[in-house]
Ligand binder design. Structure first.
Ligand code: HAM
Length: 434
């Protein structure tokens, strides 16, 4: 039987881990800088949570959820992070004790989408959410942090696109205008859009059917319908963006595919990626806390997808230089009779906080030393019969070839000295790298 990973899901192999760690550490550093605390909700939630928040008539809920039924319950692997975070926020009682919460999470999401370049069925998001305030500076803080994430990784040329979804009455008037716009051509729309026309007309604008995309050209723009209050919010966002020097494009074509959005919405695009160029999407969701059983509190957030980000890093040649540091010490046996002692020394060095490895494939000394050199280790510690008899160890600095004998009980200290002299961060056995 030829077992393979489920289609659209993949193994992240050790060679790829340094790039992943770089994304995660960049995300955490930014979150720390801005005072966002980590939250880790479960991967599985009641299906109803996503129907209620993302919306019943959306691609995600209609087509993309991985749902399991057990007894009378229906559970779904989270297709996105916001619903679970808001559910956790309400459940933990933050609304009463400390309503403003700045939270982030990094982890896998699951959508049954057609696997293609940049789209997977299990993918990772870095998700940041500021819950509990309508302050437009938070919209801008999040746009700035999202843009900064890519800049810190060395990715330039991203386009930040913003729009407003309005809220309440202006959205009702807009919905009506879209209905009037679509109605005359309704018969020419796809079956899916015809059904959405009745149930959730704004989602007709998300349609990816080429015929629908064509028909949607010239659809009304919500920006023309904003109430004074929502227009003022949008203008405040634009003003703060200008004041921190962030250039954005107002793009009335952004609709986002999830129902919970209100007011500001935004996407960060890497145009070279083509149709699926969004590396980040987000916006306000000012009624979701209330929808999920909390008080009426506004909120804003975004999610960055790792899949697309890693593709761009690769295209720009920025992931090649990344490699994990090997443990600094390779303990070699000059003779198989020394194997037991080699293993003891490895464990001793680890006990002293020095990363150490040994050969377990029965290689001769020459091959062991070659492996030590190509494996990225800094020092080879060699034990042979003479060393055993004299309670010493030979230490070989692998990049210079310099070799000397040190007392066995001073080996850890001597290795530490060599690593310090080389300026190697691996002295403590810690992982270096980016
Ligand atoms: P979203 O636009 O559905 O928003 O997803 C955000 C990002 O996740 C996308 O821009 C894309 O980079 C990535 N992504 C989405 N689906 C896939 C997939 N199948 N494969 C690979 N990457 C994918 C949300 O998820 C909202 N929860 C964002 C948010 C947070 N809004 C407010 N707070």
């Amino acid at each position: 039987m030829d077992y393979r990973a489920v289609r659209g899901m993949r193994d992240v192999l050790p060679e790829e881990i340094p790039a992943w760690e770089r994304l995660e550490s960049t995300a955490r550093r930014l979150a720390d800088l801005a005072g966002y605390r980590e939250v880790r909700p479960p991967l599985l939630e009641e299906t109803d949570l996503f129907i209620r928040s993302v919306g019943e008539v959306t691609d995600i809920v209609e087509k993309e959820m991985f749902t399991v039924r057990k007894a009378d319950h229906s559970f779904t692997l989270r297709p996105e992070g916001t619903a679970g975070i808001v559910r956790a926020y309400v459940q933990a009682g933050y609304a009463k004790r400390a309503p403003l919460q700045k939270l982030f999470t990094i982890g896998p999401m699951f959508r049954y989408e057609k696997p293609q370049k940049g789209r997977e069925r299990q993918f990772t998001q870095f998700d940041m959410e500021a819950i509990g305030s309508l302050d437009p500076r938070l919209d801008v803080e999040l746009i700035d942090l999202a843009a900064r994430f890519f800049e810190e990784l060395g990715i330039r040329g991203l386009e930040v696109r913003i729009n407003s979804m309005g809220d309440g009455e202006d959205r009702d008037r807009y919905r009506e205008a879209v209905r009037e716009f679509v109605r005359p051509n309704l018969a020419r729309y796809s079956e899916e859009s015809r059904a959405r026309f009745e149930r959730n007309v704004l989602r007709v604008l998300d349609s990816k059917h080429p015929g629908d995309v064509e028909l949607n050209q010239g659809a009304p723009r919500i920006l023309d319908f904003l109430s004074d209050e929502n227009r003022a919010h949008f203008e405040a966002v634009e003003r703060h963006l200008r004041s921190i020097g962030r250039t954005v494009v107002v793009d009335p074509g952004i609709v986002r595919g999830l129902d919970y959005y209100t007011r500001t919405i935004f996407e960060l695009h890497y145009p070279d990626l083509g149709a699926r160029s969004a590396l980040c999407g987000g916006g306000r969701y000012d009624h979701l806390v209330e929808e999920l059983g909390g008080p009426d509190l506004a909120a804003v957030g975004f999610a960055i997808g790792f899949t697309g980000t890693l593709l761009v890093l690769e295209e720009l040649g920025l992931s090649e230089a990344l490699a994990a540091d090997a443990p600094p010490v390779y303990v070699a046996a000059a003779d198989p009779a020394c194997d037991d002692e080699v293993f003891r020394l490895v464990c001793e060095l680890r006990g002293a906080g020095l990363g150490a490895v040994f050969d377990s494939a029965g290689k001769k000394l020459g091959k062991q030393l070659k492996a030590a050199g190509t494996g990225g280790h800094a020092v080879a510690a060699i034990l042979g019969p003479d060393e055993l008899a004299g309670s010493t160890v030979q230490l070989k600095v692998l990049d210079t070839g310099e070799q000397r004998s040190v007392p066995r009980d001073g080996a850890a200290e001597a290795i530490r000295g060599i690593l310090a002299a080389r300026g190697s961060g691996a002295a403590s056995g810690e992982r270096g790298g980016a």
